[in-house]
Design a protein around this ligand. Structure first.
Ligand code: EZ4
Ligand code: CO
Length: 402
């Protein structure tokens, strides 16, 4: 079998997506998601100008060799653009392999380790009352696990507060919007939020919270400690994780489980976090961390240290990535949870898929390959729209992590 054609489809059915399509000489094709939110066209160029010419004529069944060829062969290793491109190729090759053998990708990965994949939904509101109503809504829909985010009094446009029904999309068309931030106000407010949430919904639901890289280690330690009575499933991205040893300090102070990794690209970004057992969940994504092949290696390292997976699954991960993540989640032994944010109706129509959601759990389906396709004609009706994630400044104007 040979790869005979390849192209990159850029479309914006509600938001931007970059999709790699590889076509083989036996008439099948494979898809990979290469969307890098706010920097999409850099990956398009990487794939079109530098990767596709290398793939034509290659045997698509050489998945591991192709991964190493693109990783070692680039000389310039790692980084989000390179790893998103390699991730897309890897996803497409697993898709082709599954189709060629007539099995869903999870069967190629060792078969199912569980019946269905636990996912978490996203409840948010401008204030606590609105947030409680959103949590109630997810409970009614059968979600066992819910991330809870809330507007902070005195701060405009807090991270994680949704726009629209059961939907959260932080990227905005045009130039990046600027938000204001106060760590003091945030740290004072969040314990009150979870006090109200637990009082209203009792001990059973699993609750998660995302601090979105905004704290210092000692601030994160204080937050984790103050949330212990409410037994979070996890506290996500408490600090920007370039400084892996910073997690030692957080760990010394709190038993609140920690999750990190949605912006990581390789195992080297989390090697120390895992082997020192500084985290409980690793959130690397199929699309941004080198595909299914590399994510399995990260999961295998994590398994040795009792760290479980919790793949990123925001709306900027396309249905192709979500499908790939679900095959990975179903098969890998040390799976923890999968993030799930529903896509817009337009997105779901451009990417017809086999995966299903039921009672707060998902399944990738049993179609051969990844079980997701792209309607290229429909995609062409939604051209790329420049869009950026917001920026964040402290109240005095200093740039801060968003
Ligand atoms: O901000 O995917 O846990 N989910 C998140 C997301 C990220 C976006 C960035 O593109 O933190 O909302
Ligand atoms: Co996050």
């Amino acid at each position: 079998m040979k790869i005979v054609d390849g192209r990159v489809v850029v479309c914006s059915p509600g938001r931007n997506f970059v999709t790699l399509k590889l076509v083989t000489d036996n008439g099948t094709h494979g898809l990979g998601d290469a969307t890098l939110n706010g920097r999409e066209l850099a990956v398009v160029s990487y794939l079109e100008d530098h990767v596709l010419p290398l793939l034509i004529g290659r045997d698509p069944r050489r998945i591991e060799d192709t991964w190493q060829y693109l990783y070692k062969g680039a000389y310039w290793r790692r980084g989000p653009v390179t790893m998103a491109a390699i991730g897309a190729v890897d996803m497409a090759l697993w898709d082709i392999q599954g189709k060629a053998l007539g099995v869903p990708v999870y069967q190629l990965l060792g078969g199912p380790s569980r019946d269905r994949v636990l996912v978490y939904g996203h409840a948010s509101g401008r204030d606590i009352d609105e947030t409680l109503r959103a949590v109630e809504r997810y409970r009614e829909l059968g979600y066992q696990a819910i991330r809870v985010q809330c507007g902070i009094p005195g701060l405009e446009g807090t991270y994680g507060v949704g726009r629209g029904d059961l939907y959260y999309e932080p990227a905005e068309p045009g130039l990046p919007p600027e938000r204001r931030w106060s760590t003091e106000r945030y740290l004072d407010f969040v314990p009150e939020l979870f006090d109200r949430v637990r009082a209203e919904f009792g001990p059973e639901p699993l609750f998660l919270h995302d601090a979105h890289h905004r704290l210092t280690p000692i601030e994160a330690a204080r937050l984790g400690k103050s949330l212990e009575p409410y037994r979070l499933f996890w506290l996500e991205d408490p600090v920007p994780a370039e400084l892996q040893e910073g997690f030692r300090l957080i760990r010394q102070h709190t038993t609140t489980p920690l999750a990190v990794g949605e912006v990581f690209n390789t195992v080297y970004d989390c090697q120390q976090l895992i082997h020192e057992q500084l985290i409980d969940y690793i959130r690397t994504t199929v699309a941004h961390a080198g595909g299914i092949s590399h994510l399995r290696k990260i999961a295998s390292l994590a398994e040795l240290y009792q760290v479980r997976t919790g793949c990123h699954g925001a709306t900027d991960l396309s249905p192709v990535c979500l499908a790939a993540a679900l095959h990975f989640d179903l098969s890998v032994h040390n799976f923890g949870i999968q993030e799930y944010m529903r896509h817009s109706k337009e997105t779901d129509l451009v990417f017809p898929h086999e995966y299903t959601l039921e009672g707060g759990t998902m399944h990738p389906g049993d179609a051969p390959g990844l079980g997701v396709d792209i309607d290229e004609e429909l995609a062409a009706q939604y051209p790329y729209q420049r869009a950026y994630l917001p920026l964040n400044r402290k109240l005095d104007g200093t740039m801060h992590s968003w």
